[in-house]
Design a protein around this ligand. Sequence first.
Ligand code: PEP
Length: 253
Amino acid sequence: MREEKIIIANWKMKLGLKETLDLAKEVKAKFKDFKGGEIAVCPNFISLLEAKKILGSAIKVGAQNVFWEGNGAYTGEISPSLLAEAGCEYVIIGHSERRKFLMVNYEMIHRTIKAVLKVDNLIPIVCIGENWDERKTDRRDFVLFDQLQQALGGVDIGPDQQIIIAYEPIWAIGSGTAIEPSEAEYAHKIVRLTLNDMFGMSVVNKNFKIIYGGSINSKNVKKFVGLENLDGMLVGGASLDADEFYKLAKAII
Ligand code: PEP
């Protein structure tokens, strides 16, 4: 699974319906002849169905969140199977903004991953990453280890199932400055070694991707090219401009 890089756009709650669909059209046009990697965009829930119609099958669609139950009295929530029905092939789980503003924790993330893996062709993008205080006090390695254990401990991964781990240092998200590539590579190595311990190296090589997110743009992405343990990018701000997003994707593929 590792050979092909993936670039995922997280449009967050930054666009209205019309703006989302206009951007989807621009992205579709821009990436018309794009080859060599997977592109996915994650619009808001309201825009998912229409965005999917515009983007077709070459550019994948993902959701920004999902609930851990399949059906029932859960007002306001969306199930994994409903996302699949809407054409989503990816879903972001436990983004740091949800951990911060909605008190999402890794026990909830664990339940959600298990629910998503029950649905065919829906790939979880699991967000992990330390905050500035943890980074400053040298606790990053333990934080990553602990988040992975809580999120994925005891999870069964089928032979054809895929999981994307998005390492997103919270202090870099939306800051305008990405972390040093060497620091990202180091963190990704910690992630890979932890996953190797949990699932075995062959499963990790085949079923996992480890991607970076945090203030990546078409310029600073160039310094990340060729990192051994980097399988792609999760992009916020820079994905809101089709041209910028295209340049970024071209640079890393
Ligand atoms: C994100 O929120 O997932 C993200 C990567 O945002 P940005 O690129 O804007 O830092």
